[in-house]
Design a protein around this ligand. Sequence first.
Ligand SMILES: [Fe+2]
Length: 317
Amino acid sequence: MPPDPDLEAVDAAADYARSIGADGLLSVGGGSVIDTGKGVAVTLKNGGRANDHLNLLTLTAPQTPHVVIPTTAGTGSEVTNIAVLTSHSAGRKLFIADKFITPNAAILDPRFTMSLPKRMTVATAMDAMTHAVEAMTSIMSNRICDAQALQAIRLITDNLPVAVADGKNEKARLNLQIAATLAGWAFTMAQVGLAHAMAHTLGTLFHLPHGEACGIILPKVMRYNVDHATDALIQVAKALNVNTASLSDRDAALAAADAVEALMKKVGHPVQLREVGVKEDVLDMAAFHAICDTAAIFNARPVNDPGEVAALYKQAY
Ligand SMILES: [Fe+2]
């Protein structure tokens, strides 16, 4: 399966499933595989091609039964109602979002993540971290998904360095899986935000691992949001083990962004886009794509100026 789930992959898998008369799906893989499986579930049930089914909230019945076994700990796709699929003809990532594409069952077994290389362990964990932080700061946040998001942040903070040092540490791997699932639940309610909008665009343009793009962008967006989500970011800082006792509210909120960057440096995650092959001369154009991404709608600070988004990309560069 390609690292970037696309409509062609869904069509190819759906054609194969039809050829063998499949009436159920088992996805074993990371978010790309599970999102592809969600697309297949809809295409098999409703006929036609994947491109016919890119919609929000239009399904009216359960889809093809779909069981998933995640092999990464990041996407949360095992519990989410969204599939992110690249359309090469549109030149961007598009979505199916509907409660009926949430997998029917998910099996979290840490042994399926133990062989995940360090780079993808870190990147996928930063995807989950971004889901959790953006759920906290979203305009759709509520006290139930806040609890899930904060626990996810605590688990990632405490267990990611352990899993990076020893990929076979079953307890740390399980805690990261649980964190990813909690963060997935949280953002299913609260949605995500500008960091995801910007990361989706970088993923399409440069084929960056989604979590790596999220991680690099996240602290910049947290600082951008600081006056619109101060209380939420203070809670995030505490979950990241920041001692906020002597800090003003604004400084405590900003300290959350610093702590995310410190965690990334500790585990060997890149912190600038130039480190991962992004070209500076496309960032102005990327900003226009990012503000059109659905995720930007839910950002704590209203996003309607591509110049501001371009400035964030340049900070991250
Ligand atoms: Fe994500």
